[in-house]
Design a protein around this ligand. Structure first.
Ligand SMILES: NC(=O)c1ccc[n+]([C@@H]2O[C@H](COP(=O)([O-])OP(=O)(O)OC[C@H]3O[C@@H](n4cnc5c(N)ncnc54)[C@H](OP(=O)(O)O)[C@@H]3O)[C@@H](O)[C@H]2O)c1
Length: 210
């Protein structure tokens, strides 16, 4: 069975994966870009000239072997994007997914085909149902769970995540949406590894025991 993987999911020390005040010009609210500075510095993100050390080794695992992505409505766009019938996501005409993307929303709409192989499908469905759809579309490849924190938490809660890569960034956000709320004892189900890098982040990987 294809695996469900989360990559490069960045949280503050106090567990927030996004700040307060999400908006079209502030997709991470008051967190700004601070949660992903470690990633922006890598070759995987910026190409030639980017760092090629441990952060890059983690960052570049995001793409290979992925056949579809699932994301939440909060990642797809700012609050109330559903009110705009022409809204096509936060990434412009050629989004970086290049695969089918299943957007969980209570206000679904017809699918949108974008440039570069990305098609957005909108689902009002349980995590398990959404995963069935994504697995079918992924045709044997893995499914990436793209976030945000509400959706990652729901899928972990439903026991559907096989590999979770969380990057703990040394800042305190104080407010926003937290990843871990309501989850407990993941160490009983997952092998957990931790690697800190010179950029001062700690990569945590949770790999479900078979
Ligand atoms: N730190 C990171 O690495 C990272 C990664 C990705 C995203 N983000 C950030 O995370 C934020 C978004 O996270 P979030 O927790 O606010 O939202 P989210 O997890 O993206 O989406 C949650 C929303 O999706 C819809 N939804 C979820 N499950 C559903 C289901 N089973 N059926 C139907 N609809 C469902 C609901 O929206 P409706 O009821 O409105 O339809 C729900 O409020 C953004 O700021 C984004 O930039 C951070």
């Amino acid at each position: 069975m294809s695996a469900v993987r989360v990559h490069n999911f960045s949280i503050s020390i106090d567990g927030f994966a996004t700040g307060e005040g999400q908006a079209a010009d502030a997709p991470f609210g008051h967190a700004g870009e601070r949660l992903h500075e470690w990633m922006f510095a890598t070759r995987s993100w910026q190409g030639e000239g980017g760092s090629i050390g441990a952060d890059n080794a983690f960052a570049e695992r995001h793409g290979p072997g992925i056949g579809a992505e699932i994301m939440g409505a909060g990642k797809f766009g700012p609050p109330n994007w559903q009110d705009d019938p022409d809204y096509r996501g936060a990434w412009g005409p050629n989004p970086p997914f290049h695969a089918p993307v299943f957007v969980l929303t209570h206000r679904p709409r017809p699918s949108i085909e974008m440039e570069g192989g990305t098609t957005f499908h909108f689902l009002d469905a349980s995590p398990a149902e959404a995963l069935d759809r994504a697995r079918e579309a992924a045709a044997g490849q893995d499914v990436r769970l793209g976030g945000g924190p509400t959706v990652v938490r729901d899928f972990v809660n439903a026991d559907l995540v096989d590999h979770l890569h969380v990057v703990q960034v040394p800042l305190l956000l104080g407010r926003g949406v937290r990843l871990w709320d309501g989850l407990e004892a993941l160490e009983e189900k997952y092998d957990i590894e931790a690697v800190s890098t010179p950029s001062r982040v700690t990569h945590l990987t949770f790999t479900r025991r078979r």
